[in-house]
Write a protein that binds this ligand. Sequence first.
Ligand code: F6P
Length: 344
Amino acid sequence: MSYDIPAKSEVAEKIMTRIGVLTSGGDAPGMNAALRACVRCGTDAGFSMFGIARGYSGLISGDVTVLDNRAVGGIIERGGTLLRSARSKEFMTDAGQQKALARIEEHGLDGLIVIGGNGSLRGAKRLCEMGVRTMGIPASIDNDVPESTMAIGVDTALNTVVECLDRLRDTAIAHERAFVVEVMGRESGYIALMGGLAGGAEIILLPEMPESLEAVARSVQSGMSLGKSHSIIVVAEGFKPPDMAPTFASSARAICSHLDTLGNVESRLTILGHLQRGGSPTAFDRILASRFGEAAIQALTAGSTGRMLRYDGRDIAAVDYAALDTPCSNVDPDILRLADIVAH
Ligand code: F6P
């Protein structure tokens, strides 16, 4: 169930004064734009805004500083996060969560905005259960946050992938090779699917849809029989072919090795890795992030006791954290079918 975010004119009497913001988990281009909007919309609403460094690790250690409008100047165009981020093992423990709660109380924070992916938003849900007013903003290039059709950072990551695939296609054509390109996405194949479609990949391999190495080889050779002298094979890092020997460090390496045994296919491997997490956020991500920041402040101002936000392709609304209990896949098999048709 989603809840409309009340317009500013409808909000109840301000019941909060001090709001903290943290960024957590894998960083995503646009996190800074979200932080900037949280701080400036919060200041506009009359709040004192605080930045918490290094996600839940910094919350536990009390690394909290005041953020005024000037502190978030000149960051909308920057990737990464001014606050830095972390994956906190300590916060996964009850003791760590109690320490975080104690820090929140010590700093007199009336509300907390968490910008991050599923794990980070589950942390916000936990703090909400402990009595903290939290708002969760989806930010993960994997785009696997339930309810939201797009999270912050996804559009920028996709554009990075497409630029890389365009460059690789030049050399693949020149040398008539098969390029195996590993992209991020441990459980979610969204980057592989949408980046592959936009980049014209001949083959797209997703964690959600396992295929054997044999089947991949047959696809490459089928393309060759249609006159294709090269191929771009985009594989999500979480893709696992059932016939892969356990000795391989990654499926992408196993695919290359298998193609080389065919005798008529020369392959090369490129792992895009953390290139997909950096870079200046696109206009889409800057706008989405700014809207999420405003909505988080509006929801807290209106007295929300705690929810996460979602974008439905047009509007932003608040949804219960319970949505996190239902695994999400923004991977559409019809898109995979389209990508296959238009690549041959
Ligand atoms: O969750 C986003 C993500 O980029 C995944 O796609 C990737 O597998 C993971 O983070 C990498 O984590 P780390 O930055 O800790 O190596």
